[in-house]
Design a protein around this ligand. Structure first.
Ligand SMILES: C[S@@+](CC[C@H](N)C(=O)[O-])C[C@H]1O[C@@H](n2cnc3c(N)ncnc32)[C@H](O)[C@@H]1O
Length: 212
């Protein structure tokens, strides 16, 4: 049987315990959804949906979109996605080669995703997200960042150092400000918000230019 690529095997291995840390994501995911403002008629993509944390938070909202798709490369992570509302589904796929039509989504979320990808995969994934978003479409990213002044900064610096030593296994601890790469991929930056509760995180909203 063909083996899963290493980056997928890491997430397969974490899938059974992944949900234990979801409460640390909660505040940042709510902030990201507030920035994304998905409406009922918007078609939404959750890139790197994992066990469906973004979709779960969105499902709890009254004015959620009628159509939403979660994409992830790990079948084991997807197996933990709970039952979703009608019109929502998940798809097993690599973000750097999305099996989705051009300009089909109004809103995309990439929560705790970009920092786990290596730079070349990240560039390819951002290119794909831009391709599948409609002109004027919104992308909101969530990534861990180092606290500037908090007492916990030395601990996060130490964890970021560990992540450099074991980049695949500990990639989740790597801080990333994705704004330069979003600009490189052709997005326009709209807003950024730092969340200090749970994981210290940066939420960035960006837009595909409405006209070329
Ligand atoms: C840290 S988890 C985030 C999951 C979810 N968005 C959340 O906020 O809980 C990262 C996810 O990205 C997925 N992933 C990593 N590389 C990928 C790739 N190249 N294509 C698709 N999914 C990928 C992993 O399988 C994993 O489920």
């Amino acid at each position: 049987m063909a083996q899963a690529p290493t980056h997928v095997a890491v997430w397969d291995g974490l899938s059974s315990i992944y949900d234990r840390q979801l409460r640390l994501e909660r505040r940042a995911l709510e902030a990201a959804l507030d920035l994304a403002r998905p409406g009922v008629d918007d078609v939404l993509l959750d890139a790197g949906t994992g066990t469906g944390a973004v979709l779960r938070a969105l499902a709890a909202r009254g004015d959620r979109p009628r159509t939403a798709v979660g994409v992830d490369a790990s079948k084991a992570m997807l197996a933990h996605v709970p039952r979703l509302p009608d019109g929502w589904w998940v798809r097993h796929a690599e973000l750097e080669a999305l099996p989705l039509e051009d300009a089909t989504f109004d809103v995309a979320l990439a929560a705790y995703l970009l920092h786990v990808l290596c730079p070349s995969t990240r560039a390819a994934a951002l290119g794909e997200l831009r391709r599948v978003l409609r002109p004027g479409g919104r992308l909101v990213t969530v990534t861990p960042v180092l606290p500037r002044r908090a007492l916990s900064r030395p601990m996060w610096l130490a964890l970021a150092g560990l992540a450099r030593l074991a980049p695949r296994r500990l990639c989740g601890l790597r801080p990333l400000d994705p704004r330069p790469e979003l600009l490189d991929a052709g997005f326009r930056l709209v807003r950024a918000r730092t969340v200090r509760s749970g994981y210290y995180s940066l939420c960035v909203s960006a837009r595909v230019p409405a006209s070329p």
